[in-house]
Write a protein that binds this ligand. Structure first.
Ligand code: DUC
Ligand code: ZN
Ligand code: ZN
Length: 469
């Protein structure tokens, strides 16, 4: 008699708190039993010798985001979620960008249309506040938070996007009253503009100048200010893509004052440095992202943050542009000055293999910490827990089965995104997710795609009650 649609047998399961050997019984998309010797599956997956982990949640991903000036992102929902899936993810959280003089709802409806029927993973959206009007704060955002759009991103940099302190305070205040979560991109725009003008006046326009015009001090000051604003409003805050020890110190000091801060870092701050932006023939543009990669010492500081808990989230900040493309990194304007190179690098597929290989396999973190950083904390921070982010009875059967013996060299040719390069080309990886299950459905089996576009669906996020981190 079949009791389960699927049984995952003989693997070593890890959650954010435990490691144990057991089988998993799945019925109607949910985990319904965890135990020894489970039989009666319509289908059975042999996971012996493998790690059975919650599917990754990448809560910081840019897909199909309008980028201005003839620039086009390299991924739509189809290619972006396919790439995420092959990297062991079952949920991603892209950003819906509010357009100037238009209601957030309009942007949201258009973004839903792009995603609908095209996803290989589940998706849930954050909202980028770019037009901070009274009606947005007074009516739209509270209504959207109640409807399950309960995380807002604000930028302290980028012309046309940056909010001033008063506008950030208002956004934080809406979050306080609705239970929504605010993510802050911390870089001081005025200081960056000052440095850009100075570099351009000196004729220093190559990609490397991108890093020089966004130094650590620019990020540290903005991090301090964002945390101070959150302290004044008395609301938790997420500091995204932290790149260095000085910004980490601001987080630690804020926590010691009792402020609830969630810290996020990304693979680029562990694996790349500003020297990578020095490439010949504009190749440094392949590594242009903000904040920029720093130096070896900052990489070590970020590892320390991963090990000690300064960071709760490890996300990709996947923001893909093609390199050899006029609509990407080699846009005509971009070739005039680093200032116009689109900011962002691909990484949704390599995020978890990098953390697994460099973190778990090299003994820097254990498997429960890997699970917390890659899935559980994302679900808790953004209101998707406990359906997502863990392996427990009643949770969605979102599972990635990892083979820790696989050795692979990252080659863009083997990846599944829409870019034409990987910033991590040539890095040797030990361990890769070989089988991925989404809501009880096999999506990748032994490295081959078996799921279909449209199997991934939209998931609303709850405000308040489950945001426990
Ligand atoms: N910086 C951002 O703020 N967003 C996307 C990519 C990047 O580099
Ligand atoms: Zn950002
Ligand atoms: Zn980003």
């Amino acid at each position: 008699m079949t009791k389960f649609d699927l049984v995952v047998k003989g693997g070593t399961i890890a959650t954010a708190s435990d490691i144990f050997k057991a089988d998993i019984g799945i019925l109607d998309g949910k985990i319904v039993q965890i135990g020894e010797q489970l039989d009666g599956g319509a289908q059975t997956i042999d996971a012996s010798g493998k790690y059975v982990l919650p599917g990754g949640i990448d809560s910081h991903v840019h897909i199909s985001q309008p980028s201005g000036d003839g620039i086009v992102m390299a991924d739509d929902f189809e290619s972006g979620t396919r790439s995420a899936l092959f990297g062991g993810n079952t949920t991603i959280m892209p950003f819906c960008l509010q357009e100037k003089d238009r209601p957030m709802r309009e942007a949201l409806n258009a973004y839903h249309e792009l995603a609908e029927g095209n996803c290989y993973t589940d998706v849930s959206f954050h909202l980028i506040v770019s037009d901070p009007t009274d009606s947005l704060f007074g009516q739209e955002l509270p209504a959207l938070a109640a409807d399950g759009y309960s995380s807002f991103k604000v930028f302290m940099t980028y012309e046309g996007l940056r909010l001033n302190d008063a506008e950030i305070l208002k956004t934080l205040d809406v979050a306080r009253s609705t239970g929504a979560t605010v993510m802050v991109h911390c870089e001081n725009e005025d200081a960056i503009r000052f440095l850009i003008a100075r570099h351009e006046a000196e004729g220093d326009v190559a990609p490397r100048a991108h890093a020089s015009t966004r130094p650590v001090a620019v990020e540290r000051e903005a991090t301090h200010r964002a945390l101070t604003l959150a302290e004044i409003v008395d609301v938790p805050v997420v500091i995204v893509h932290v790149s260095n020890g000085e910004a980490m110190e601001e987080i630690a000091r804020a926590r010691s004052r009792g402020i609830k801060v969630v810290g996020e870092t990304c693979p680029q701050y562990l694996m790349l440095t500003a020297d990578d932006l020095d490439g010949m023939d504009w190749e440094g543009a392949k590594f242009v992202c903000s904040p920029p990669p720093r130096d070896k010492a900052a990489q070590e500081e970020c590892w320390r943050g991963i090990e000690t808990g300064i960071f709760d989230l490890f996300s990709s900040d996947h923001c893909p542009f093609r390199y050899d493309d006029e609509r990407g990194k080699r846009s005509p304007k971009g070739l005039e000055s680093f200032r116009h190179i689109p900011n962002g690098i691909p990484g949704v597929e390599t995020r978890l293999p990098i953390l697994f290989s460099e973190g778990v396999m090299k003994g820097r973190i254990d498997l429960p910490r890997f699970v917390a950083l890659s899935a559980t904390n994302h679900a808790k921070t953004y209101g998707l827990y406990p359906e997502k982010g863990t392996i427990s009875i009643g949770a969605d059967a979102d599972i990635a089965i990892w083979d820790p013996t696989i050795k692979r060299t990252i080659r863009h040719a083997d990846l599944h995104d829409g870019a034409d390069y990987s910033p991590y080309e040539g890095i040797e990886i030990t361990g890769w997710p070989t089988t991925v299950i989404l809501g009880g459905r096999l999506m990748v089996r032994d490295g081959a795609l078996v799921g279909k576009k449209g199997d991934g669906t939209y998931r609303s996020a709850r405000a308040k009650s489950t945001k426990t981190i």
